[in-house]
Design a protein around this ligand. Structure first.
Ligand SMILES: Nc1ncnc2c1ncn2[C@@H]1O[C@H](COP(=O)(O)OP(=O)(O)OP(=O)(O)O)[C@@H](O)[C@H]1O
Ligand code: SF4
Ligand SMILES: [Mg+2]
Length: 326
């Protein structure tokens, strides 16, 4: 049996779409996530990266079973959360938390910071009012806020402070897995660095396992042990972050890496996605064969005919591209 803390196998989410789907025998299906698999060991971080609409947030919602998959398996410590009975799922939900890009959307503007942080305990009927308040005060310090912030309201705080509140709220149930969906994208670069340091510190202190979603590879590089690159609902490359940055094998990963802004603003930038042709195609009718073939500078005749499998080329380095088929 695999020893991974989190195992995801062949996960699929197709959304029915189309204005007249009531009258259509078969509605069009938007292939948001189309058969992805990965393992994540405990206390490690997996990064999910890719352009807007490639299926990162849908993957997060599937892993937490906030939405039902069309197919596939998600196992947390060996338990299949997609088939867990309601009481087991309730317990597992406490162990998995999600932090969003916009903390204000996950905080209740009418509740004080302290009450917001304690809210998940109330929701799960854990502890009495005094115990919940004490825990919330503890968490305030853990995330680098002050005791006096307890009675403030979210709108009185900065974006970075609100994100600390959202992190405290996610941690109060002592989760094992935390998924961060673009947690620093809305923050200034200096504040981003502080929040990323906090996340790394919390991971060490509480042995947390993270999935970290971002479209920004430089952010992913700082925090993730392993990185999965997604394109139109598929993982096209997965490797240790170090290996992925040193030796990107998929043409799409190479384009993403070229698009990272250089630290010196006067230096030449590679431009938007390394000058790739065209836009991302529709996930309703994705291109045949390799989904990336319509934009790939290395495409070959086979690329539109057959779909490349995700294959392991070196230890832990998987890529789905015919250029690397032996
Ligand atoms: N409830 C839904 N119904 C129909 N389509 C959906 C639904 N949720 C997501 N989608 C579609 O699924 C695809 C993947 O969306 P998702 O939000 O997972 O992408 P993402 O990678 O998180 O993008 P972003 O970087 O913009 O957040 C998109 O085409 C999106 O429009
Ligand atoms: S399979 Fe072909 S089209 Fe797809 S990334 Fe590789 S070379 Fe490009
Ligand atoms: Mg998203």
């Amino acid at each position: 049996m695999s020893s991974a803390f989190l195992e995801v196998r062949d996960l699929v989410k197709h959304f029915p779409v189309g204005r007249s789907r009531l009258f259509q025998a078969k509605p069009d299906m938007l292939k948001a996530v189309d058969g992805i698999s990965f393992d994540l060991p405990q206390s490690r971080t997996l990064g999910l990266v890719g352009e807007s609409g490639c299926g990162k947030s849908t993957t997060a919602r599937l892993v937490l079973r906030l939405i039902e998959p069309s197919n596939g398996e998600v196992r947390l410590e060996g338990v299949d959360i997609l088939r867990a009975p309601a009481d087991e799922l309730q317990r597992m939900r406490r162990e998995m938390q999600l932090v969003f890009q916009d903390p204000l959307s996950s905080l209740n503007p009418r509740m004080s910071v302290g009450v917001n942080i304690a809210e998940p305990l109330r929701f799960h009927r854990l502890g009495d009012r005094a115990e919940r308040s004490e825990k919330a005060r503890e968490l305030l310090e853990v995330v680098g806020l002050k005791q006096r912030d307890y009675d403030r309201y979210p709108h009185e705080m900065s974006g970075g402070q609100c994100q600390r509140v959202a992190i405290a709220r996610a941690l109060i149930l002592r989760p094992k897995l935390v998924i961060f969906d673009e947690p620093v994208s809305a923050l200034d670069v200096s504040i981003q660095a502080q929040i990323l340091s906090l996340l790394l510190q919390l991971q060490r202190d509480f042995a947390l396992t993270y999935i970290f979603i971002s479209h920004d590879l430089s952010v992913i590089k700082r925090v993730c042990d392993t990185t999965a690159v997604m394109y139109l609902g598929k993982i096209v490359e997965l490797a240790s972050s170090e290996e992925l940055y040193r030796r990107p094998l998929h043409p799409y990963t190479q384009a993403l890496l070229q698009a990272i802004p250089l630290p010196d603003p006067k230096a030449k930038r590679a431009g938007d996605l390394g000058g790739l042709e065209g836009d991302v195609p529709s996930p309703i009718r994705p291109p045949s064969g390799c989904r990336f073939h319509t934009r790939c500078p290395h495409r070959m005749p086979v690329c539109s005919e057959r779909e490349p499998e995700l294959k392991e080329l070196a230890s832990g380095h998987q890529v789905a591209c015919f250029l690397h088929d032996s």
